[in-house]
Design a protein around this ligand. Sequence first.
Ligand code: PYL
Length: 272
Amino acid sequence: MTRLLQSDVESIAEELAHYDEELAGKTGLTLRQIACCAAGISEECLMRAACSMPVAVIPVTAGQGVIPCFAQAVKGIVRYLGFDATITGSSDVTGLAEGVSQGGRILFLADDRKFIALNILSGVVADNNEATARGFVAALNGLAGGLGEKDVLVLGAGPVGMAAISYLRALDARPVVLETDPIKSRFLEANSTLHVEHRLRPALANYRYVFDATPQGNFIGIDDLHPEASLAMPGMPLGLTKEAFAVFQDRVIHDPLQIGVATMLAMVVGIG
Ligand code: PYL
């Protein structure tokens, strides 16, 4: 998982309304609708929870430490969806105790290996990798006007890529995977029914729908893509070159935290 930088997150909160407008323009779905669809809950359920489940965001100093503005970005996304949200004054265990004692019922916290949302009443935990995969697949489903019976090239067989494959199958799409690690690639070919691609350029030219779950960044150029490509790109940094993004931007879904955090919130709110 790529560790985000302050520059990736510092303007998220203030730009959310504009980001949501762009997202709805591309996919026909708002951030809230994408999150609810990915989590399998109604918007009403999310709105009801917003009135009764305050959120606490707890900074964590473990490993490489706090990312400046990370907690503020998470708080901004949660507040944008109508929830009360605060960042605890303390970090780590002290911050967790503070968040709960001050009424927090949903907790968000991340170290360098895991980013979770926890509903302390139901015990439901949402992992950012699973939420990001589901949220970006739901967004691509909107962008594509439905992915049923359509082939989708998934780049990267890590936690996000594999979770995306599961959810794509649940939507009756036909995921195929390309993984550069030869051991992972051979394992998938030998132990799954997944179609495995081995050469990037021919695969990119052949598939109209692409899900980039790699941390490679800047490796897909204009001439590599299917002329009518639509891309969901949760991978950080962005997999497209600047030139390719300029041409395809209306059919590219990419953000460092927004869709993943919104979907985590919907996932821990639960079925309503
Ligand atoms: C959750 C993000 C999505 C992509 N990479 C993941 C990442 O950067 N993880 C590290 C998060 C560290 C947060 C730090 C803090 O500010 O509390 N412990």
